[in-house]
Unconditional design. Structure first.
Length: 77
């Protein structure tokens, strides 16, 4: 069984507030599972793997280098 954290534990790991964790989940930036029943307020648990994925650095490749075009010198006569 995978380890899971509630929003309070996740907030401590991410060094943010519980409200921020709750907003990250519906936005799709952090995967969470709603464990509430019926019309109760949403109770979220977050898998440890989702926290690791969120904290992993997002490495983007550098933009391609542009070569400068050499201009011919124009002589003024």
């Amino acid at each position: 069984m995978t380890k899971t954290c509630n929003t309070t534990e996740t907030a401590e790991i991410l060094k943010c507030s519980r409200d921020q964790v709750r907003s990250l989940i519906p936005s799709g930036r952090l995967h969470g599972v709603n464990i509430s029943l019926g019309s109760q307020r949403a109770r979220w648990i977050v898998p440890a793997s989702a926290i690791e994925d969120f904290l992993a650095p997002r490495v983007q490749p550098p933009p391609p280098l542009r070569r400068k075009k050499h201009r011919r010198k124009q002589w003024i006569t």
